[in-house]
Design a protein around this ligand. Structure first.
Ligand code: SAH
Length: 211
């Protein structure tokens, strides 16, 4: 096993399993996806640090634990179709691709979207599609989604995303007007007109920028 695979295994054991991530499929997926390939080359050695890392354009790749917790909280099932808002590097989308049936991920920075899509192609994650655009509008042409994971924080939940959930669908989204005051929220669509919400944890995400 090479050095980075060893660090990846340790990350899964110490940052995820030891901290309560139980979903076996999430743990397995994070054991497989090479996070070092989703960070800038000069940061490869830090790929398995217990932290977010810069990926350019003022954006970050989320901390491994955050990626695992969000996917576990959304209770992603093998047959699920997933929408991610905020592809960034594409790392979370790649992990989602291993636990779900199909993933659509939207990124507002075209250069990041292109790089992320190129990684999916290179690593043959054929069920993951990254598109450039404004994720606050969702992706009506591919809706509805069983799971929506929002990887950037807004003041409120975009209406389009609520409408694009299946009945019984789950959405995980960080909410908060101020960077220091965000909470991760789990939303479940109960029926055509009702959604229930619960708060999961205090978090810190880059802003969700509409338009
Ligand atoms: N999931 C990513 C982390 C992304 S950070 C990863 O694994 O690397 C959040 C990303 O959301 C940033 O790249 C930012 O450009 C993007 N973003 C912010 N607002 C957005 C919007 N309205 N639509 C799509 N992407 C958005």
């Amino acid at each position: 096993m090479n050095h980075l695979s060893l660090l990846r295994q340790r990350m899964v054991e110490r940052q995820l399993a030891a901290r309560g991530v139980r979903d076996r499929r999430v743990l397995e997926a994070m054991q497989i996806v090479p996070r070092e390939e989703f960070v800038p080359p000069e940061l490869r050695a830090f790929a398995y640090d217990d932290a977010p890392l810069p990926i350019g354009l003022n954006q970050t790749i989320s901390q491994p634990w955050m990626v695992a917790s969000m996917i576990e909280a959304a209770d992603v099932q093998p047959g699920d179709r997933v929408l991610e808002v905020g592809a960034g590097s594409g790392y979370a989308a790649a992990v989602l691709g291993l636990v779900a049936h199909e993933v659509w991920s939207i990124e507002r920075h075209p250069t990041l979207a292109e790089q992320a899509q190129a990684r999916m192609h290179h690593f043959e994650y054929h069920n993951v599609h990254v598109v450039a655009g404004d994720g606050t509008r969702g992706l009506p042409e591919h809706a509805p989604f069983d799971v929506i994971v929002v990887s950037a924080a807004g003041a409120e939940i975009p209406k389009a995303l609520l409408e694009q959930m299946t009945i019984g669908g789950r959405m995980v989204i960080p909410l908060g007007r101020h960077p220091q005051d965000q909470v991760l929220v789990l939303v479940r669509r109960v029926d055509a007109e009702n959604w229930e919400q619960s708060k999961l944890a205090k978090v810190h995400f880059v802003p969700l920028v509409a338009g």
